[in-house]
Design a protein around this ligand. Structure first.
Ligand code: BGC
Length: 816
């Protein structure tokens, strides 16, 4: 242990005090030993440091910071170098604002397009997500600030996120849900990592020793500290034993007392506390921000970097008759509310207070070279018919050569704490688009939104430019693509299904009661659509350019793939070439092909470059549930090089020498997984894949409510008081939804287990008081109130005793 001497000087109370928050985003200090506190802040695409009152979901304003494109957007750049540059900028801003740990990037897998937080995550593919995350981490940490990839792991839905149990087979877990984190840890070396809220196969992620120690530390070499997600601690001592060091946010010292008590009772060894403390201190001291570090950053330069990033992410989805780019002087009618009020980021803990904000309308007006004939909002942003608005839009459309139709997902559609219910955009937008297209066929749709949508309206426009959620400078970048100043080079990092019913987890997403069953196994995203041959709207890796590229001269072996790319068009552009590996037959079922490498190459017209993509240890491996390790099958593999997963241009076969482990399955028992047709896997087959009985998916409504049951379950409460609380919460939730702005606090409480009261109220409640609350909800009103009062007085007494113990050790109250 690096800090053994320092730790030896601490009392047990002091040690435990350092292992949980002082405030919402701060940790405690021990002044007598010169141990400072640290500041942690969200978030993944820009800093959210609340200078005044800090609340965990970002309701109070934070200091202005550069709002970069969100992760879902950045992944479309397929450009880790750019990710590193953004990470560096985020780190610089963090340092300027006194933040030592930046809570990002987020890299959960997009199991379903409906996860409300998909805009914060990179991809449906673990290789791409891992590479991008590792790059961000390197960038952030180059500034002396710790990155904190999250949420580790299998946290792919917002519904009941603090309660739900992700039921997932080991192979899928390792190959899909952990590989991104593995790459991020091995190639990014993050100094911290955030454990997820959810359970995985019955255990809370924060209390899963195999995950937090055996895999993360022993197998991947992680040497930072693990922090809980906010309020995600359950059994404090168990979490610590399993590898978690820091519990956030503050619990008024209640959690620390649980640790002291566990040591005194002999159920937790003080050595474990020392070990976790050492992990934490290591990062704490390594990220102390020097007094003379700049307190400002160059707002304009950072805005320009955010714009450059956005330019690289824009995906041209359609360009019929090469209607784009628009020539200078083209007259345009701008329609759609999103042109004046941009959607550029998502809602929740990642919400940034931007230093500036570009809006399409002003960019078009000032210096774009386009001739603006007028603007009409056209539709009500949050849905609902408005004939007058539609009619004025149609009239306006008649007066211009081109209609720029700005549409997309609104704020309520994508938010932390909420999963989308469907994949559509509001029908009123589609109605306006169709009406406008009837009077002017030259419609260019500009989309905003952080996740795929159904696009049955595609025939009503000639072009679609997708800016995703492009951050504060995204609007200008899109206009540059429209006018051809920038040649689009983004490609989709996720598949766009034709319709929601086609998505692989359709029947099992989200888990709405006790569990979330990952029955589709490793067939998420293109792995499913390509294997099961389900047609899609836009495939993974797809995106158009104003130029064209030719691929040739493939040479491949089991270490690398070399080929040439030529720009065969007339304008400069960048191409994202993708390397997939495919293998048929063998002892395990596999998706049709899997991404194992990619490269983004910039080429002038006529220019040709030879590129080499290295194949790493993940190129041919699979996880063998019998040996408990990754193995490689010997034999021939097909290497496929393509412009998207559905546009393969070159192929070669390579022979690979493997480890040839024993076959892990009896494949005859896994027909759906062998064919990839996994949209409706039956119990017997899923159970065989899982290797254990499927746990009950439903709540036991006859059982009394427990500490880990959620406020949403009060619907089933036996007594009026519980049902009343449920009715009030539901009313508030519905009211906010109707207004179009998610109420994040209500959503959080709705999905929160009762123990969360002890974890999220800054120490006003402890676990015994939460238990008394549960008693009340279970109908034992008077007994519960009695227990609540006695628990409260016990808690207050214990607080005084801790204060005394800390004071006796030489700490002045108020300074800790
Ligand atoms: C989110 C985390 C975030 C944390 C702190 C949690 O609710 O899940 O992603 O970092 O809050 O704001």
């Amino acid at each position: 242990m690096k800090y053994a001497d320092l730790i030896a000087k601490m009392t047990l109370e002091e040690k435990c005090s350092l292992l949980s928050g002082e405030g919402n985003f701060t940790t405690k200090s021990v002044k007598r030993l010169n141990i400072p506190g640290m500041f942690l802040s969200d978030g993944p695409h820009g800093l959210r440091k609340q200078a005044g009152a800090a609340d965990h979901l970002g309701l109070n304003a934070s200091l202005p910071a550069t709002c970069c494109p969100t992760a879902a957007t950045m992944a479309n750049s397929w450009d880790p170098e750019l990710g590193e540059e953004l990470g560096k900028m985020l780190g610089e801003e963090a340092k300027a604002q006194g933040v030592s740990v930046l809570l990002g990037p987020g890299l959960n897998m997009k199991r379903s397009p409906l996860c409300g937080r998909n805009f914060e995550y990179f991809s449906e593919d673990p290789y791409l997500a891992g590479k991008m995350a590792a790059a961000y981490i390197r960038g952030i940490q180059s500034q002396g600030v710790a990155a904190c990839p999250k949420h580790f792991a299998a946290n792919s839905q917002e519904t009941l996120r603090m309660h739900s149990d992700s039921v997932v087979d080991q192979r899928t877990f390792r190959e899909i849900y952990l590989t991104g984190f593995e790459i991020a840890v091995k190639e990014g070396h993050p100094q911290s990592i955030m454990s997820a809220y959810n359970r995985i196969n019955g255990k809370y992620a924060n209390e899963d020793k195999e995950l937090l120690r055996d895999i993360l530390v022993d197998q991947w070499g992680f040497d930072g500290f693990v922090v809980t997600d906010w309020g995600g601690s359950n059994d404090r001592a168990e979490g610590l034993k399993c590898g978690n060091a820091l519990e956030m946010p503050a619990t008024g010292g209640n959690s620390d007392r649980e640790l002291v008590a566990a040591v005194k009772a002999g159920t937790l060894s003080e050595d474990v506390i020392d070990q976790r403390l050492d992990e934490y201190l290591n990062v704490l001291f390594a990220t102390v921000i020097p007094e003379d570090a700049p307190k400002e950053f160059d707002v304009d330069a950072h805005h320009a970097t955010a714009r450059k990033a956005a330019e690289s992410t824009i995906v041209l989805l359609k360009n019929e008759d090469s209607i784009l780019p628009l020539k200078a002087g083209t007259s345009v009618a701008v329609i759609g509310d999103f042109a004046q009020t941009p959607r550029y980021q998502g809602a929740g803990s990642s919400m940034v207070n931007p230093t500036k904000l570009d809006c399409a309308l002003s960019v078009i007006k000032s210096g774009s070279g386009l001739k603006l004939v007028g603007f009409e909002p056209g539709f009500i942003r949050h849905g609902g018919a408005d004939e007058a608005k539609k009619n004025t839009a149609v009239e306006l459309a008649k007066n211009a050569e081109i209609v720029l139709m700005y549409m997309g997902l609104d704020e309520i559609s994508e938010s932390e704490g909420l999963d989308r219910k469907h994949m559509k955009i509001h029908q009123n937008q589609v109605d306006v688009l169709e009406a406008v297209a009837k009077v002017n066929p030259n419609v260019v749709v500009v989309l905003s939104g952080g996740a795929p949508i159904e696009a049955p309206w595609l025939d009503s426009c000639k072009a679609v430019v997708h800016g995703y959620l492009g951050g504060q400078a995204g609007a200008g970048a899109v206009v540059d693509v429209l006018t051809g100043k920038v040649n689009p080079s983004g490609k989709l990092a996720e598949t766009w299904a034709m319709k929601y019913e086609d998505t692989p987890a359709y029947r099992h997403f989200p888990g709405t009661e006790a569990t979330a069953e990952y029955r589709e196994g490793l067939y998420i995203g293109y792995r499913y659509y390509q294997t099961a041959q389900v047609p899609v709207r836009f495939p993974f890796g797809y995106g158009l350019s104003y130029t064209t590229f030719a691929y040739a001269d493939l040479r491949a072996d089991d270490k690398s793939v070399t080929f040439t790319v030529t720009n065969t068009g007339s304008v400069p552009g960048a191409e994202i070439a993708q390397v997939y590996v495919s293998r048929k037959g063998g002892v395990v079922f596999r998706p049709e092909q899997e991404l194992k490498g990619f490269v983004k190459v910039f080429l002038n017209p006529g220019e040709c470059k030879t590129v080499t993509v290295e194949l790493d240890d993940k190129a041919f491996r699979y996880f063998n549930v019998k040996t408990g390790k990754f193995e490689v099958e010997s034999g021939d593999y097909e290497i496929r090089v393509g412009a998207s997963c559905a546009d393969i241009r070159l192929t070669a076969t390579v022979a690979v020498k493997g480890t040839d482990a024993p076959a892990p399955y009896d494949l005859s028992k896994l027909p759906s997984y062998c064919s990839g047709k996994v949209s409706d896997v039956g119990d017997t087959e899923f159970e065989y894949l899982l290797g254990r009985p499927i746990p009950p998916a439903k709540w036991d409504r006859s059982a009394p409510l427990g500490m880990n049951d959620t406020f949403s379950q009060l619907f089933y409460a036996k007594r009026w008081i519980g049902r009343l609380v449920y009715a009030i919460l539901t009313h508030l939730k519905n009211k906010a939804e109707a207004k179009g702005t998610p109420d994040l606090n209500i959503l959080f409480i709705y999905n929160m287990p009762f123990r969360g009261v002890a974890k999220m109220m800054g120490g006003a409640f402890d676990m015994d008081m939460s238990a008394a609350l549960v008693e009340i909800f279970n109908g034992h009103f008077f007994k519960g109130v009695g227990h609540l009062l006695s628990a409260r007085s016990r808690m207050n007494k214990a607080k005084k005793a801790t204060d005394l113990a800390l004071a006796q050790a030489g700490n002045v109250k108020g300074e800790n």
